[in-house]
Design a protein around this ligand. Structure first.
Ligand SMILES: C[S@@+](CC[C@H](N)C(=O)[O-])C[C@H]1O[C@@H](n2cnc3c(N)ncnc32)[C@H](O)[C@@H]1O
Length: 355
């Protein structure tokens, strides 16, 4: 047990700047160009064989599951960006508002350091933070890391146009593939935003933090975005948007299996089922098959039979309690220096320092 500060300062971001930031972010994403959706995304996880192995492992299991990283091919990344824009999806705009309000404070505390972001996606919110680093230090170095090559390239192009003082060195990789670069970039701050930590189960999270702690150097920082919302109604709405992008995201995983694994799944038979499980403090997202299906995995010449009504777990999204997370992170030698939240206490951004 490493101990550490149990009561770090909590800063609630005021609501006035919140609305301004929402407008700024909307303007920012409105002028962004769309990117090519044709063709396959290089997933950085190897070829389709690795995808096929993962799918077969999940479908052989009981209950059945699929690895959520495969949600993000070019089409999936595009759909995820649309989810982030939906009025129900409070996570993105709340975290963006916090970063816009406290970016300078964070940049002042860390000094001029390299920013490395895991699962960076579009990097739109990170742009708000990079802007603060440029304002204070004249420039910034940024390495976005993402499994999806299409969203990474899109982010690089957008940042080159909007923040020319930022030196961007993208890395198309899994989280695992990025750990070795931490040390060479120190002094650095690792960003893990969007509550993406919530997609990891308990064992994956332990493994993740062990590796992050082992690869960051003493004095490096970590900026962690966490969904701390406890209101089941707003949580359920966020994962079941009225426009249907959440359902499209779930269905695309199976459309991807059709494209890359020759699976021949009737995607219109898939119902997106997402609900907050309060006991486990997480949203569980399933694909429910309204008709019986035979899922073919061409590389292995295998068929998996699904009954009508059967569900496959495609994603979890854990919600966090700060009073549990601060000591949890301290066990991995991270001191929580500051906690920034919105006034409704739906989202928190934690500035951590590696001892
Ligand atoms: C929930 S999205 C968050 C995106 C962005 N950080 C945000 O806050 O909006 C997760 C991102 O992580 C990427 N990703 C998922 N699993 C990954 C993995 N194992 N290694 C690297 N990137 C991954 C996805 O491609 C996606 O861009």
């Amino acid at each position: 047990m490493a101990g550490g500060n149990r009561n770090p300062p909590v800063v609630a971001v005021g609501t006035a700047s919140y609305h301004e930031t929402v407008a700024a972010m909307a303007a920012c994403s409105a002028h962004r160009t769309s990117y090519a959706l044709e063709g396959r995304d290089r997933t950085a996880t190897g070829d389709s064989l690795e995808f096929a192995h993962s799918v077969a492992r999940g479908l052989d299991d009981s209950p059945r599951w699929l690895d959520c990283r495969y949600l993000y091919d070019a089409a999936g990344s595009h759909i995820f960006e649309r989810i982030c824009e939906q009025p129900e999806y409070y996570l993105t705009r709340t975290e963006g508002a916090i970063l816009a309000a406290v970016g300078l404070d964070i940049a002042l505390r860390t000094g001029s350091i390299t920013l490395i972001e895991l699962g960076s996606g579009s990097s739109i919110k990170t742009g708000l933070l990079l802007d603060a680093y440029c304002e204070l230090y004249g420039n910034a170095c940024y390495t976005p890391v993402d499994i999806s090559s299409s969203i990474l390239e899109h982010a690089r192009e957008e940042l080159a146009a909007s923040l020319p003082d930022v030196q961007v060195a993208p890395l198309n990789s899994t989280y695992d593939g990025a750990f070795p670069i931490f040390r060479e970039h120190s002094p650095a701050m690792l960003l893990f935003l969007g509550s993406t930590l919530g997609n990891l189960n308990e064992a994956e999270s332990l493994d993740f933090w062990e590796r992050v702690a082992a690869n960051l150097s003493s004095g490096d920082y970590c900026l962690l975005g966490l969904d701390i919302n406890e209101d089941a109604a707003t949580i359920d709405a966020a994962y079941n948007d009225a426009a249907g992008w959440s359902e499209a995201f779930t269905r695309n995983l199976f459309a991807r299996m059709n494209r890359e694994l020759g699976s021949a799944i009737a995607t219109d038979a898939i119902q997106h089922v997402a609900a907050f499980n309060r006991e486990c403090s997480r949203v569980e997202i399933y694909a429910r098959f309204q008709r019986a299906q035979s899922i073919y995995i061409e590389p292995f010449d295998r068929v998996f039979e699904l009954e009508a009504g059967e569900q496959i777990l495609t994603e979890i999204s854990c919600k966090f309690r700060l009073e549990e997370m601060v000591p949890y992170l301290a066990d991995f030698d991270f001191i929580t220096e500051q906690i920034y939240t919105d006034s409704d206490k739906r989202f928190a951004v934690l500035l951590l320092e590696r001892r």
